[in-house]
Design a protein around this ligand. Structure first.
Ligand SMILES: Cc1ncc(COP(=O)(O)O)c(C=O)c1O
Length: 350
């Protein structure tokens, strides 16, 4: 993996830790560019057409981040007084600065659910009766894979059931696909099948796909037209952005199938550490590239373990005092995973 004076040797803190490969940088260096704000950047246009087609949507918009994809979608779909149904542990609930409240004046009705996946019945139960004093339920948002659900993959039947329930109640549906391609590779369900029926759906380029920056939001022509207004309003409209969009096209060509390696490395790491004293996790829960594990019985807090692992050149995130999260990615190979598990073993023995 890439080394620098500032980064640990083995960085499992996030799949955003990837550095663009030499080949990706070469593709970026020769990218044709133009003024993206005027739709004149050929590389941005190539990327958005590619993602719209991949997701079976009319059109797509290149944005600087996944958070902006979620917030723009919410701002287009919801108005002040509306409510969004989402899993309690989802990114839009806890990790976007209450953006739904700030930009769309909307509350979130969060569903406590196992592994970040909820059912059509959960949606039915969360919809508010139409009464003047109630928020107006407007949107259902799902996260696939679910980050804090452990990288869990939504079964396609559940997605379809949730969409059908939402539609029957006149609700809109949105998918946070920050790690959608992980779900695609793990399940064998195509991105187009997963995205079918959503009013908005996006994927992140800067996570498992290994790009330095960017997300792509897709939907109908009228949705994207309105989303583009918000893109300008948020200051997310760029200029010669083809230089970064080219990384996205490169990643879609070269970095999708290889996500299976990240999943295999995550499964290996889970197996290795599940045998260590005091570490609690079920390797069967590791469906993609995220590994959450409980350290309460090790005699050390997650924060202490995190700091001691860093002394061995390994970075793993502490979620809270008792649990940790490791993520495999493009810059992590099998040897890194074995070394990280060994470092954890040494720290625990000490
Ligand atoms: C599920 C999910 N949604 C949205 C985001 C936000 O993406 P970004 O960091 O590109 O803003 C993340 C980032 O970790 C995420 O995990």
């Amino acid at each position: 993996m890439t080394e620098s004076n500032h980064s640990p040797r083995i960085d499992l803190v996030s799949d955003t830790a990837t550095r663009p490969t030499a080949e990706m940088r070469a593709a970026m260096a020769i990218a044709p560019v133009g003024d993206e704000q005027r739709n004149e950047d050929p590389s941005v246009n190539a990327l958005t057409e590619r993602v719209a087609d991949l997701l079976g949507q009319d059109a797509a918009l290149f944005l600087p981040s996944g958070t902006m994809c979620n917030q723009i979608a919410i701002a287009v779909h919801c108005r002040a007084g509306d409510e969004i149904i989402a899993a309690a542990n989802s990114h839009i609930v806890g990790t976007e600065g209450a953006g739904a409240a700030v930009f769309a004046g909307s509350s979130i009705h969060s569903i406590d659910c196992v592994r970040g996946i909820f059912s059509p019945e959960d949606v039915a139960a969360a919809v508010r009766e139409k009464e003047p004093k109630h928020p107006r339920t407007k949107l259902v948002s799902i996260e696939n894979t679910s980050n804090r659900g452990g990288g869990s993959v939504w079964p396609l039947e559940t997605v379809r059931g949730v969409i059908a329930e939402a539609r029957s109640r006149g609700l809109l549906v949105h998918m946070d696909g920050a790690r959608l391609m992980n779900a695609v590779v793990a399940s064998g369900v195509s991105a187009r099948s997963y995205a079918d029926g959503f009013d908005s759906v996006w994927l992140d380029l800067s996570k498992g796909l290994g790009c330095p920056v960017g997300g792509v939001l897709a939907g109908s022509h009228s949705f994207i037209e309105e989303a583009n207004v918000w893109k300008h309003r948020f200051g997310g409209a760029m200029r010669q952005a083809g230089i970064i969009a080219a990384a996205g096209v490169y990643a879609l060509d070269h970095h999708v199938a290889r996500l299976a390696e990240d999943h295999a490395n995550a499964a290996l790491f889970a197996r290795l550490i599940s045998a260590l004293p005091g570490i609690r996790l079920d390797p069967a829960d590791v469906e993609t590239n995220l590994i959450f594990f409980d350290v309460a019985e090790t005699g050390l807090s997650a924060f202490e373990l995190r700091d001691r692992l860093l002394e061995h050149g390994v970075r793993i995130g502490a979620e809270d005092a008792m649990s940790m999260r490791a993520i495999t990615h493009l810059d992590i190979d099998e040897a890194c995973v074995r070394e990280a598990a060994k470092a954890l073993e040494i720290v625990l023995q000490a």
